[in-house]
Design a protein around this ligand. Structure first.
Ligand SMILES: Cc1cc2nc3c(=O)[nH]c(=O)nc-3n(C[C@H](O)[C@H](O)[C@H](O)COP(=O)(O)O)c2cc1C
Length: 363
């Protein structure tokens, strides 16, 4: 019998190319029609929520990775109207929307969805997305999270109080009105953060952290570090980890898929991604050394679980337990075929490992 709760989510491919910068993956066009189909399937399969990211610029490589990006909040509004049970969560970069605008968008999505909405915030996100709009680039990590603290505080005030006065370092509100309010108060809020400062902010202000890792060890490291920081600040913080699943009939079939996608790796895109996420503290020599190392990595790098249904279920259960993970958020090369395999053949097996499987399709 399951001994604890785990939430299962789908990280929607609202950006073209999904999460593998490669020319040999199934085409993901980043269209609303495709994401609607994926969300309806996820709902039928019993997943708890879908989440869409907030990206505004692609990497101009041969795979056209992230060239097309749906806007997250309006995608959520559409998906909320087209579904009945599943949670529909958005992402907002605190650099792009004023908190009073976001507070009202979420309150609106709350009505459309009947209380099924949630919010992932990024305190300062993909740099190229921001600099093209003249936003964010000047903020260091501590500054980003100071702004995020104010941003979240303002949202929560607007969701719960009338006539908000706020005199902060980044935001000033004078008798700011915001109705409607979310019916049950602030929605679930998480933050995509991996640094200690980001995790501390998340534990103090929000309900969950969202992270990824490139290996079993790195996922476990972030999950357990997040829980330790949460315990230090006395927070019941939930940990949500992103997993890439590549299922096959057999382990060998799945490995062939992985090899095919890696063979088409888009090194131009990968180099630009590295440049964007590289640490400002590195000098030129360290940057180049790390970049050379990173360029040798594979195109499929986010927390990859590859194999037969049995193999993936075993790997997943192991990381969820060892990493103290409360939510698994899935990405995959093909969000129809692979999602069906995940919901029908993999997650139901987690019960054997003492974890809940997603409540399977009712129809
Ligand atoms: C799982 C995950 C999802 C993310 N989603 C987005 C996103 O939708 N939009 C964006 O601009 N940045 C996104 N990011 C980038 C994060 O904002 C950025 O990596 C984060 O600030 C790094 O954490 P740190 O501030 O603790 O160093 C995401 C990062 C992670 C780990």
């Amino acid at each position: 019998m399951p001994t604890r709760t785990v939430e299962y989510g789908v990280f929607l491919p609202v950006s073209s190319g999904g999460w593998i910068p490669s020319t040999t993956t199934p085409e993901l066009d980043g269209s609303y029609a495709y994401n609607l189909e994926v969300t309806r399937l996820a709902e039928r399969l019993g997943f708890d929520f879908t989440l869409s990211q907030a990206v505004w610029r692609g990497y101009a490589g041969p795979s056209h990775h992230f060239e097309v990006n749906l806007e997250s909040l309006t995608t959520t509004a559409g998906l909320a109207a087209a579904t009945e049970r599943i949670g529909v969560w958005s992402t907002c970069n605190t650099a792009t929307f004023h908190p009073a605008v976001l507070a009202k968008m979420i309150a609106t999505a709350d009505q459309i969805s009947g209380g099924r909405t949630g919010l992932n915030i990024v305190a300062g996100g993909n740099r190229a997305s921001e600099t093209q709009m003249g936003l964010g680039a000047s903020l260091s990590n501590p500054d980003k999270y100071r702004r995020a603290r104010e941003w979240v505080t303002v949202c929560k005030l607007l969701w719960t109080e009338d006539g908000v006065d706020f005199d902060g370092e980044f935001f000033t509100l004078k008798d700011c009105q915001s109705k409607p309010k979310p019916a049950a108060g602030p929605p679930p809020m998480i933050c995509a953060a991996v640094s200690d400062i980001g995790l501390r902010f998340t534990a103090e202000m929000l309900d969950g952290c969202l992270f990824e890792g490139t290996s079993r060890e790195s996922m476990i490291e972030v999950g357990t570090r997040a829980k330790r920081i949460a315990e230090e600040v006395g927070s019941p913080l939930k940990t949500y980890c992103v997993f890439m699943v590549i299922p096959g009939e057999t382990d060998a079939d799945a490995q062939r898929r992985l090899d095919l996608y890696n063979a088409g790796r888009d090194t131009e895109t990968m180099a630009r991604m590295f440049a964007e996420h590289g640490n400002a503290a590195w000098d030129k020599a360290e940057f180049e050394a790390r970049r050379a190392e990173w360029e040798k990595t594979t195109a499929v790098s986010t927390g990859t679980l590859c194999g037969s249904a049995d193999t993936i279920a075993e790997q997943l259960a192991d990381i969820i337990e060892a990493g103290r993970i409360d939510g698994a958020v899935f990405i995959m090369p093909d969000f129809i075929g692979d999602l069906a395999a995940l919901g029908e053949a993999i997650l139901p097996q987690l019960a054997r490992h003492g974890l809940p499987g997603a409540a399977l399709a009712l129809d």
